[in-house]
Design a protein around this ligand. Structure first.
Ligand code: ACO
Length: 157
């Protein structure tokens, strides 16, 4: 399918509703208000961002730094009708690009990681294509979705 042009933009208090829409249409988990508050509070356009196409939000990625050495991808979603057009790749690649900068290396970032539900084969393939490796299965990681198990996916930098 045809690749589309996107711009990135930050997640703020004024536009955070868009993130709720992306997450609720893409992910099986309902994220609590605290998740959205933390993303806005982080004010970090490198780790938390929207993908815009023609002025409309069509995808988003949210990450945080964990254990001082890891970028953890909390959520990634692209609206269904815009999938398969490299939008997800560009969102993840933008975070990988940051992780490979001198600034991130100085901060001690060594790895980028995420959890993915074991039956989400599309997402597992998507991340493997970007160089992530499937690690251990964590049983009963999710409380309210079936299957409750996930894999850890990791990419060392
Ligand atoms: N349709 C077509 N190709 C897909 C799809 C899809 N639904 N999903 C993955 N791919 C593959 C393709 O093989 C493509 O390779 P190609 O360019 O060689 O054909 C490759 O992945 C690149 O995909 P993109 O177009 O960059 O991915 P997309 O923009 O569709 O985003 C994503 C991928 C984010 C996984 C999207 O399908 C989505 O929102 N899924 C639902 C939410 C989800 O599962 N998120 C990840 C959960 S884990 C987490 O959040 C930490």
């Amino acid at each position: 399918m045809k690749e589309i042009v996107i711009d990135f933009g930050g997640i703020t208090n004024d536009n955070v509703e868009q993130l709720r829409i992306i997450n609720s249409t893409s992910l099986p988990i309902a994220y609590a208000d605290g998740f959205y508050k933390d993303v806005v509070k982080a004010k970090n356009e490198t780790l938390n961002k929207y993908a815009y196409h023609n002025g409309f939000v069509i995808g988003a990625i949210c990450c945080r730094v964990q254990d001082d050495s890891k970028i953890y991808i909390m959520t990634l979603g692209v609206l269904p009708s815009y999938r398969g057009r490299n939008v997800g790749t560009k969102l993840v690649q933008s975070v990988l690009d940051y992780a490979n900068t001198e600034e991130a290396q100085k901060e001690g970032i060594q790895e980028i990681a995420l959890h993915v539900q074991i039956n989400n084969e599309d997402a597992i393939k998507f991340y493997e294509r970007l160089g992530f490796q499937k690690g251990d299965m964590v049983e009963n990681y999710y409380k309210r979705i079936d299957p409750p198990h996930c894999y850890i996916l990791r990419k060392e930098l």
